[in-house]
Design a protein around this ligand. Structure first.
Ligand SMILES: [Zn+2]
Ligand SMILES: [Zn+2]
Length: 433
């Protein structure tokens, strides 16, 4: 008999607290990683506790999953036994003021559960806040979040760790999920299901993420019960979309999860084995620097910083910092040549084309790479460098923006891409001697 403590001393918290500690314990099985788009390897104040830019899902020491058991109708859900019992997982679907369906959940020895949301309460393993596009060095805070406190949950199969399923909504500290009167819900046969206010959207690549040949899929909505639906008319519309029969809530390498305010990338353990490591990427930067790229104006050697921030106080000397002309791709150092009055644009001294100029910065988060190779391309307008296949993959991925609309973004900083094609091939003046 397994004795479960309440959430405050749950082993979930301890494990999620430090993926380094988890690594040192050498757990047998890694399911995969969730990486928030828009952070180049870490959160600006540093990764702390359950708030970090990525979360590694390891097999739990003991199973933590739950599965549906019985369901019944009650008049007053808030005073029903399953809701009051804080050890009992349950979902309450309010149908009217005096009728609700309660679905009880029981411990599932076959699965591990991981919960994601904005809440810092203990049932949330991975705390995710709204992502602000662009430079993260400022102290920007989102005043009104659109991410749910208990946004979604993932159940990973302990005996077949390649299978991890996602469901909308997470259990709160009392192990309840409440779908209020206004939430979209429906009953088919004996099963009841529903959607959360802003919903949880998923997007599977068509084809393998690794290799860069995948075609973009379509955004779908996943229900509380794990069903797949086409998108609603608007993000929080009352009417659910159509059932999508041939797609599932099983995460694939490269699946995107949108929580309305932050988008997560799922990388399977298997997929990550075919991806570069941070060390690989640093070595590729070193190789570019070994060619001693030169500024054609100042004739000084440029050094691509390995560091990931776009802020001014980088370790690299400002004189050595390379800049790219976004319209032509010529890489140069900082100089005043070609600056037009009252314009953000400059004339490139090599090809004389006018265009915006931006600092080059390595995309150092390995999970966003679809292949391994020299980072000879950069996103427009932010200047994050990556491989050709990686930039060409991300320009074709529409990321939900707010509650309506989609934008292709740089995965390293979440800046919406500008111009067409949204990236530039870098032209270094290197290996000159
Ligand atoms: Zn040029
Ligand atoms: Zn960027």
């Amino acid at each position: 008999m397994l004795i479960r403590s309440d959430g405050t001393e749950s082993p979930i918290l301890e494990e999620a607290d430090s993926s380094v500690a988890a690594e040192q314990r050498k757990p047998a099985v890694k399911y995969g990683e969730l990486v928030i788009l828009g952070y180049n390897g870490f959160l600006p104040p540093g990764d702390r506790g359950r708030r970090r830019s990525k979360f590694v899902l390891y097999q739990r020491p003991t199973p933590s999953g739950v599965k549906r058991s019985k369901h019944y109708v009650v008049k007053t859900p808030h005073s029903s036994q399953a809701i009051l019992d804080s050890k009992q997982h349950s979902i309450s679907y309010t149908l009217s003021r005096n009728q609700a369906v309660i679905v009880e959940y029981m411990l599932d020895q076959e699965t591990d559960m991981f919960q994601i949301g904005r809440s810092s309460e203990s049932p949330i393993d991975f705390v995710v806040m709204d992502t602000i596009p662009g430079d993260k060095s400022g102290d920007n805070k989102v005043l009104q979040s659109t991410i749910s406190r208990f946004a979604c949950r993932i159940l990973a199969d302990r005996s077949n760790p390649k299978v991890a399923r996602i469901y909308a909504a997470g259990f709160d500290s009392s192990r309840n999920i409440f779908l209020g009167e206004k939430a979209t819900k429906w009953q088919e046969g004996r099963e009841i299901d529903g959607l959360t206010t802003n919903g949880v959207l998923i997007w599977h690549p068509r084809g393998a993420f690794c290799g860069g040949e995948a075609q973009p899929g379509l955004w779908r909505e996943v229900s509380v019960g794990g069903g797949i639906f086409s998108l609603r008319q608007s993000r929080s519309a009352q009417q659910k979309g159509e059932v999508v029969e041939d797609e599932t809530n099983v995460l694939r390498d490269g699946t995107l999860i949108d929580l309305c305010g932050a988008t997560l990338l799922w990388r399977s353990a298997e997929g990550l084995e075919n991806s570069p490591t941070k060390h690989t990427l640093e070595t590729l930067v070193d190789e570019l620097n070994a060619g001693r790229p030169q500024c054609p104006v100042g004739l000084n050697t440029l050094v691509i910083p390995r560091k990931m921030t776009l802020s001014l106080n980088d370790s690299v000397n400002e004189k050595q910092q390379p800049y790219v002309y976004l319209n032509c791709g010529h890489v140069q150092g900082h100089h005043d040549w070609g600056q037009e009055k009252d314009s953000e644009c400059r004339r490139c001294p090599i090809c004389l084309e006018m265009g915006p100029v931006v600092k080059l910065c390595m995309g150092i988060e390995p999970a966003f790479y679809v292949d391994i190779g020299p980072p000879t391309f950069a996103f427009n307008p932010c200047g994050h460098m990556a491989t050709e296949k990686t930039v060409k993959f991300w320009v074709n991925v529409p990321i939900p923006h707010g509650t309506n609309g989609f934008d292709a973004v740089c995965p390293f900083c979440a800046t919406p891409l500008s111009g067409s094609p949204g990236y530039v091939r870098l032209i270094f003046q290197d290996n000159v001697d």
